[in-house]
Design a protein around this ligand. Structure first.
Ligand code: FAD
Length: 251
């Protein structure tokens, strides 16, 4: 039978040194959760943040810290001009979501003006015109400019290599770190758990219940040890059991 998660919080970090977060050890008895999310990038953090209002969330991340992969490499551009129709529609829709985040979510603005300059070398007119057409839907729309305007926008561009140019004024910078950390903080504030160094190894069905096998690893004094564990979900609820107290969980 699953019991509620009773966490043993400690401010200590692994003996190996740097742990920027207080972490939690998962007790060896089963714990109940409503949603398990695999991966602590921006997608997992966002899903966890929004699901945390409906039930208990457990987010598992295999790396030392969430955001280690694509999210940590983003060029941080928010552009409603970019991509095919589906991507542009999703970006448009997410602008409202970002604007609706509660006060105190982040201490700095999440979106700030940037603007994009798009350049067209000889022979690329078809692509350029397609960008211009797509960009006409955005507010403010993409607009073709005279090449003579380029030095005022970006002095290092060589105009002699270009045929045409356009500006996309609504493109903005996203503070990806503030957004990501805000979502992760929100999961924890709602009573959810964010674990790190926990790699999901398999998903399968056992006796009618979805079962997640994962591996929690900790680094101690330069060596890496690991503990296997299994999580099972029964209906909407999930029970998470660790086989060893050496699995370390951040929250
Ligand atoms: C160079 C670059 C520039 C970009 N620039 C932009 C941009 O300007 N604007 C923009 O909107 N987008 C940009 N993107 C795209 C954007 O960064 C990604 O779409 C986004 O970060 C994807 O987030 P994610 O959460 O899906 O993936 P990730 O950030 O990769 O997160 C997935 C997480 O899952 C974890 N994981 C995987 N397998 C397991 C497992 N078995 N168990 C536990 N955890 C697991 C990984 O460790 C990882 O942390 C860029 C991407 C790159 C690479």
């Amino acid at each position: 039978m699953a019991t509620r998660l009773s966490r043993v919080a400690t401010n200590a970090c692994p003996a190996s040194g740097h742990c920027p977060w207080p972490y939690t050890q998962l007790p060896s008895h089963p714990v109940t959760i409503d949603y398990m999310i695999i991966g602590g990038g921006i997608a997992g953090a966002t899903a966890g943040y929004h699901l945390a209002r409906y039930g208990r969330v457990l987010l598992v991340e295999m790396e030392q810290v969430p955001g280690h992969h694509s999210t940590g490499r983003s060029a941080a551009l928010f552009s409603e001009y970019h991509g095919g129709p589906a991507v542009r529609a999703l970006t448009r829709a997410s602008r409202g979501l970002l604007a609706d985040l509660p006060p105190g979510f982040a201490t700095q603005p999440l979106l700030t003006p940037r603007g994009v300059l798009t350049l067209c070398p000889p022979g690329d007119d078809d692509v350029f015109d397609a960008h211009l057409r797509d960009g006409a839907e955005v507010d403010p729309p993409a607009r073709e400019i005279d090449l003579a305007e380029i030095p005022g926008i970006c002095p290092i561009v060589r105009r002699d290599r270009l045929r045409r140019a356009m500006v996309k004024p609504a493109a903005r910078d996203i503070d990806v770190d503030a957004l990501h950390q805000g979502y992760l903080r929100g999961i924890r504030a709602a009573g959810g758990t964010v674990s790190r160094l926990t790699r999901v190894r398999s998903l399968r069905r056992e006796r009618g219940r979805p079962t997640v096998a994962h591996q929690a690893a900790t680094t101690r004094a330069g060596s890496r040890s690991s503990a296997s564990a299994e999580s099972t979900t029964g209906g909407r609820r999930a029970a998470v059991r660790t086989s060893s107290n050496s699995s370390h969980w951040c929250s």
